[in-house]
Design a protein around this ligand. Structure first.
Ligand SMILES: [Zn+2]
Ligand SMILES: [Zn+2]
Length: 344
């Protein structure tokens, strides 16, 4: 490592991830070529995104590696990273290419925050504005940009010139809760979700959100509907926060009754659509965690009131008791992570 190439060092900002700090170091020393930077340091921004090289970067900057690790995702198993103690899905929960900022945050400190890169966060709850992903000239922000406040395509653009959009209160509330789980801002307690690992809670929120907005339907992924994903998550969050899951399931069952054309055998799948099918698969899987029991109990009790008692569900009660919460958090198991709880 050629430390002498970096006469100007940088210090990590609060919530700044390691890959962004490496880019800031390069910019400060006038290096705009990623290949040169990797050659000089042995570090790459893409590997730092998964925690690879954090110690080395801390050594180069003469700072505490724990400070960098605190805001940097760390790969734990294939496709899963840990961020502030919460497992997250690399492909679904972390944006890899898109660059977004809160214009007010970066006006207070011109550096990246790790939470700008979380797909389930679309606002800055502190400043009550939507994150922006484009420059005032209209071009998208990217990781090739030299200045954090503008794109690399124009001369005088700046996100500071944009009029920040005010997000819907439900979206802000959901984001505030998710960020509170990661130690950003104040903690918002939602007991039914707090006892689940964040990745599972996010998946539950998304599934409930689709039911809340689309009713009895098919699952297309949280990004697969004409309603934006952040609105779907906000709707699901609102249902769970206000204790209306049982009522929502009754409404979906009402739609099933109104639309059915013949007498199907009534199962979780038939009475709740995709939601029932997903729930049953998840409940039967290693990804079901005891922390999700209060949520599961509402679904099972609702189905039981409709005389739908699935024999397989009884069997899984014993299975769930054997399954430690650590399994749900680690992402290990025969079933693919994308198949059950984590898939969004
Ligand atoms: Zn902000
Ligand atoms: Zn621009």
């Amino acid at each position: 490592m050629r430390v002498d190439y970096f006469p100007l060092l940088v210090s990590p900002g609060e919530d700044e991830p390691a890959h962004a700090l490496l880019r800031r170091l390069a910019r400060r020393n006038g290096i705009d070529n990623r290949g040169v930077m990797t050659e000089l340091t042995g570090l790459s921004a893409s590997r730092l995104r998964r925690g690879d090289g954090v110690e080395k970067l801390a050594h180069l900057l003469n700072c505490n590696p724990d400070v960098l690790s605190h805001s940097t995702a760390q790969s734990i198993v294939k496709g899963i990273v840990s961020l502030r103690g919460e497992p997250l899905r690399l492909a679904d929960d972390l944006l890899q290419k898109e660059r977004r900022v809160c214009p007010v945050c970066i006006s207070e400190g011109a550096y990246q925050r790790f939470w700008f890169e979380l797909s389930f966060v679309s606002t800055c709850p502190k400043h009550r504005v939507a994150l922006v992903d484009a420059c005032s000239c209209g071009k998208p922000l990217s990781w090739d940009d030299v200045n954090i406040e503008k794109c690399s395509h124009c001369e005088d653009g700046s996100v500071y010139r944009l009029t920040p959009l005010t997000p819907h209160e439900d979206v802000l509330m959901m984001n505030r809760w998710a960020l509170g789980r990661l130690g950003v801002g104040r903690t918002v307690s939602i007991p039914i979700l707090d006892s689940m690992p964040l990745w599972i809670a996010l998946n539950v929120v998304s599934r409930v959100g689709v039911v809340a907005i689309k009713g009895y339907t098919f699952w297309r992924g949280v990004d697969g509907y004409d309603t934006p994903a952040h609105e779907i998550r906000a709707a699901g969050f609102r249902i769970l926060q206000s204790g209306r899951l049982d009522q929502l399931l009754d409404e979906v069952y009402g739609q099933y009754l109104a639309e059915k054309t013949k007498n199907y055998a009534e199962t979780y799948r038939t009475i709740y659509g995709f939601f029932g099918e997903w729930f049953k698969v998840w409940y039967n899987s290693k990804y079901f965690v005891e922390g999700a029991r209060p949520f599961a109990d509402i679904v099972i009790a609702n189905a039981a009131r409709k005389k739908v008692v699935d024999l397989e569900m009884k069997k899984t009660t014993r299975h769930a008791k054997r399954t430690s919460s650590a399994v749900g958090r680690s992402g290990r198991g025969r079933a693919s992570a994308r198949d059950v709880a984590p898939a969004c």
